[in-house]
Design a protein around this ligand. Structure first.
Ligand SMILES: Nc1nc2c(ncn2[C@@H]2O[C@H](COP(=O)(O)OP(=O)(O)OP(=O)(O)O)[C@@H](O)[C@H]2O)c(=O)[nH]1
Ligand SMILES: [Mg+2]
Length: 279
């Protein structure tokens, strides 16, 4: 799932992910801009990684933050996440319990941070505080091509400090590390938030078809790790940590939802505490 303020390139990044993974690089894509996302939309696709078929579901959400009153702007995303948990719970408890449950739970939320260069703004902090106990959050710096490399590093440091100060836990959390995964997770922890650039445009660079953004001064190549961190994010999501994201969702986030939901059904807590801290 992608979440964040309006116009930060959420829909573009989803298309970039699909283009980098699915489509053959034979032709240039027309210059049409993605339209403003008006409602939550889920897209499914099959990706082939090292000969293995992966079914990937991506949920796009409408951006927020451009109204004077942004109260409860996180609600649609939060509701969607909880609805998927609820669906899963109902299927799990069903009398005719099937052995295989169609899992629509959200295993990862990419949170888009505007490339201001300063730190997290109050609205971003508020949304992250609502979501981080409910879903695995991976923060990304949107439109990273607008920052220099030094600005990017400084910005990352500020964001990491803000997250720590406000006790916002983002993926991967050290306390859930399997000992075998510590090394790889530690490298991701140092990199978070990923500085990403999205584009649906394909360019011919010395005979190679690459995804990129053409500026007056050059071409930003989306999948080149020296230009941005899309490559690392994609590897985390699809190659390295997909199974871990799924397992953590089940073991931590869904389990907490399930416990609270059952207690609530038994009249032990009220609805208000459903999404309170559990990490
Ligand atoms: N410079 C730059 N522009 C980008 C990038 N990604 C997307 N854009 C541009 O930003 C604009 C908005 O992109 P969208 O993908 O529609 O943004 P969104 O976050 O989905 O917007 P909403 O649906 O309104 O929330 C478009 O003009 C994109 O071409 C990027 O990485 N860098
Ligand atoms: Mg959009």
């Amino acid at each position: 799932m992608v979440v964040g303020r309006s116009g930060l390139g959420k829909s573009t990044l989803i298309n970039t992910l699909f283009r980098s993974s699915v489509l053959p690089r034979t032709c240039s894509v027309s210059g049409s801009e993605p339209a403003k996302t008006a409602e939550i939309r889920t897209t499914q696709t099959a990706i082939h990684e090292n000969g293995i078929r992966l079914d990937l579901t991506v949920t796009d959400t409408p951006g927020y933050g451009d109204r004077i009153d942004n109260t409860n702007c996180w609600e649609p995303a939060l509701e969607y996440i909880n609805e998927q948990y609820e669906k899963y719970l109902i299927e799990e408890q069903g009398a005719e319990r099937t052995r295989w449950i169609h899992d629509t739970r959200v295993h990862c939320c990419l949170y888009f941070i505007p490339p201001t260069g300063h730190g997290l703004r109050p609205l971003d902090l508020e949304v992250l505080q609502r979501l981080h106990n409910v879903v695995n959050i991976i923060p990304v710096i949107a439109k990273a091509d607008t920052l220099t490399l030094d600005e990017r590093q400084e910005f990352k440091k500020n964001i990491q400090q803000d997250l720590a100060r406000h006790r916002i836990g983002v993926y991967p959390l050290a306390k859930y590390d399997h000992p075998d995964d510590y090394g790889v997770n530690e490298s991701y922890r140092k990199m978070v938030p990923f500085a990403v650039v999205g584009s649906e445009q394909i360019h011919n660079v010395s005979g190679r078809m690459v995804l990129g953004r053409q500026n007056g001064w050059g071409l930003v190549q989306v999948e080149d790790p020296s230009h941005c961190e899309f490559h690392h994010l994609r590897n985390l999501l699809i190659r390295n940590r997909m199974q871990d994201l799924i397992e953590l969702t089940s073991a931590i986030h869904y389990e907490a939802f399930r416990r609270r939901r059952l207690m609530e059904t038994n009249g032990m807590i009220d609805m208000c505490s459903l999404n309170e801290s559990h990490i």
